[in-house]
Ligand binder design. Structure first.
Ligand SMILES: [Zn+2]
Length: 213
């Protein structure tokens, strides 16, 4: 019993670290998801969602934490590790976790529309694959889901405040198809109508929104 309690206490501490990384993502305008990889009680990889900043569809917290851990260990097989992540991993991350042979994953809250561990798929425990992962969830679940809910609430409020009059849409400059943006110039600016701006929302955003509403 003592060992289990100690492990749970450590788990909460690592999840708290993942939450701090998620908070850091939020300050950059990214969906707040954070992850850490732990081996022998030490953090060997950290990641916070950088998809928007890096324009990287693979820039999820888990992927970044796995890469850092593999560099630190000097092996793509992450034997003896536990990955802590604030949100249930998606299909891509669950696949990467299986490929990295991570033996154990602990996640905070579920993602009913994008989760590939319990919600939509069960990739990590699929017996047809050559590696299976022990999964635990619900550690600091409330904190993890509150962080996402607050992020999307702020995003909605911001969206309402910056909404422009309807006649603005007609006058807006249309971007020229295929024309490259000049160096240092953003192709789409705040002055252009919302449907021409890069999307902030995504499947992950929507699913996470649904998760917390
Ligand atoms: Zn992911």
């Amino acid at each position: 019993m003592r060992m289990i309690r100690e492990e749970t206490a450590d788990g909460a501490a690592f999840m708290r670290l993942a939450l701090r990384l998620a908070r850091r993502a939020a300050t950059r305008g990214e969906v707040p998801v954070g992850a850490v990889v732990v081996r022998d009680g030490a953090v060997v990889g950290r990641g916070s969602n950088r998809r928007e900043r890096a324009n990287d569809p693979t820039g999820h917290a888990e992927i970044l934490a796995l890469r850092q851990a593999a560099r630190a260990i000097g092996d793509w097989r992450l034997a003896g590790t536990t990955l802590y992540v604030t949100l249930e991993p998606c299909v891509m991350c669950a696949g990467a976790i299986v490929n990295a042979r991570v033996p154990r994953v602990v996640y905070g809250c579920r993602d009913p529309k994008g989760g590939a561990v319990d919600s939509l798929y069960d990739i990590m425990r699929d017996r047809r694959l050559n590696h299976r992962v022990d999964v635990e969830n619900g550690i600091l679940e409330r904190e993890c889901s509150i962080m996402l809910r607050e992020f999307f609430q702020r995003l909605r409020i911001k969206g309402e405040m910056t909404e422009r009059p309807k006649d603005f849409r007609g006058k807006a400059r249309q971007p020229v198809a295929g024309a490259p943006a000049k160096m240092g110039e953003r192709r789409f600016t705040e002055r252009e109508p919302p449907h021409h701006r890069p999307r902030v929302a995504s499947t992950r955003v929507e699913s996470a929104t649904d998760l917390v509403l």
